[in-house]
Design a protein around this ligand. Structure first.
Ligand SMILES: Cc1cc2nc3c(=O)[nH]c(=O)nc-3n(C[C@H](O)[C@H](O)[C@H](O)COP(=O)(O)OP(=O)(O)OC[C@H]3O[C@@H](n4cnc5c(N)ncnc54)[C@H](O)[C@@H]3O)c2cc1C
Length: 390
């Protein structure tokens, strides 16, 4: 890592704030083009989010990455960058560093160890001066330069400035809102931020169900998510809920606990075939015991239950409505991504340059773009970093 010596008198071609996924990737991109590059990062180590990503295995891309897997005011903003640095390009980049990759589900790529991805990023960005434990507190622009001030009052100067400061989730990994402050300072609008890819707090279910995981269907508007859902002591989590929270879920959503069948038809069929069995015994063939007991305390045989009651139960199982008042997002602390950020309408989707301040760029998660679970967020970090016109 670099030391401050002599650096404060140097004018770099590029200063990048943030040695995370996008910051390091663009540092590599710029040094390859023989530009002088300085990266300033507040944390002890670079790419700390990459280190914990994918449970330490880094789900670094997804072959299905297109605008439909991104959320924000204008998901189409991602099109150009994604087309110019595709998931296949990223897989090739990872393989070119002799890192073993594996495809967990079709299209979803992981490394054998996230550390190998970080080492590859650092090796590609070898010629950049990277300063860790260096928190940027202020930025000013003169006619010719950007002057960056750090917490310990060091000054760094560059011709161009790239803001790669990420979101504000997982505060333990080191976060700040400086990216949003810089954007505002230069006249950019910030789309209100909120946690995404996180659990929810709700009292609709009982805390005793905590630990149960089942496949579920979630419907948000016209979109359907099919994935595993986890009951937690505070509400709900698991991939299905994470994916719901990165979408526009403020108006609520509905949950179907027995996807792929019509529960009412199935219950009536059971009534004809297994009339002497108790309703809850029958339900327990499709759902964990505790959950079926939570859904019905009825001890009658199914033959003794009216169809109208079966219909009510089917609705309770397949059309659980969580309205806006029924839940809240768990919070930034456990969220994998930040929704909202720097408004895309004021950034060029081709180059990531500010339309308001020439020479200023925004990349990665600090922009109002958040991706779905499954490698989409890192793919956005890589391709937005690659888009910068070095
Ligand atoms: C637990 C977890 C698991 C994840 N797993 C995956 C996954 O498997 N696949 C996937 O696609 N996505 C995953 N993500 C999301 C992904 O890690 C992020 O979207 C991605 O890292 C964003 O890249 P970035 O470069 O924009 O920001 P970051 O990687 O967050 O980097 C931002 C950098 O800016 C620095 N910084 C901030 N403020 C300052 C300041 N004032 N001065 C100096 N430096 C500053 C920070 O220290 C940080 O190093 C995960 C996220 C989390 C939290």
């Amino acid at each position: 890592m670099a030391t401050y010596e002599n650096m404060t008198n140097t004018k770099f071609d590029f200063i990048i704030i943030g040695a995370g996924a996008s910051g390091l990737f663009t540092a590599a991109h710029a040094t390859r083009a023989h530009k002088s590059v300085c990266v300033l990062d507040m944390g002890e180590n670079p790419a700390r989010r990459v280190a914990v990503s994918g449970g330490g295995k880094c789900n670094f891309t997804n072959m299905h990455a297109d605008a439909s897997h991104y959320f924000g005011q204008n998901p189409n903003f991602t099109r150009s960058a994604l087309a110019r640095f595709t998931p296949a390009d990223m897989v090739n980049w990872v393989k070119s560093h002799k890192i073993t990759v594996y495809e967990k589900t079709p299209g979803q790529f992981f490394a054998d160890d996230a550390k190998h991805i970080i080492n590859a990023l650092l090796s590609d960005a070898y010629d950049a001066k990277i300063f860790q434990n260096t928190t940027v507190t202020a930025v000013e622009k003169t006619n010719e330069s950007f002057i960056i001030t750090t917490k310990d009052n060091q000054k760094f100067t560059s011709q161009k400035l790239i803001v790669a400061t990420g979101g504000i989730s997982y505060a333990d990994l080191g976060i700040s809102d400086i990216g949003y402050k810089i954007a505002k300072q230069f006249g950019h609008k910030i789309i209100p931020i909120r946690p995404g890819l996180c659990g929810i707090k709700t009292k609709i279910f009982d805390a005793t169900l905590s630990g149960i995981s089942i496949p579920a269907h979630i419907t948000i508007g016209r979109e359907k998510i099919f994935d595993d859902m986890l009951f937690t002591h505070f509400g709900l989590g698991g991939p299905a809920i994470y994916r719901a929270t990165v979408r526009d879920c403020a108006n609520g959503f509905t949950i179907n606990l027995i996807p792929n069948i019509d529960a009412y038809d199935w219950l009536r069929w059971q009534k004809n075939k297994n009339g002497r069995k108790q309703l809850k015994t029958i339900l327990a063939t499709k759902l964990p015991n505790k959950l079926s007991e939570f859904l019905t305390k009825d001890t009658r045989n199914i033959a003794d239950i009216r169809d109208s009651e079966l219909r009510q139960l089917a609705t309770r199982i397949q059309n659980i409505k969580l309205n806006a008042d029924d839940f809240s997002l768990f919070g930034f602390a456990g969220a994998e991504v930040t929704r909202g950020g720097v408004d895309t309408s004021q950034i060029s989707s081709k180059t990531m340059e500010s339309k308001l301040c020439p020479g200023l760029y925004f990349i990665g998660e600090c922009i109002d773009i958040a991706g779905d679970l499954g490698g989409y967020n890192l793919q956005w970090a890589w391709c937005s970093a690659n888009a910068v016109d070095i």
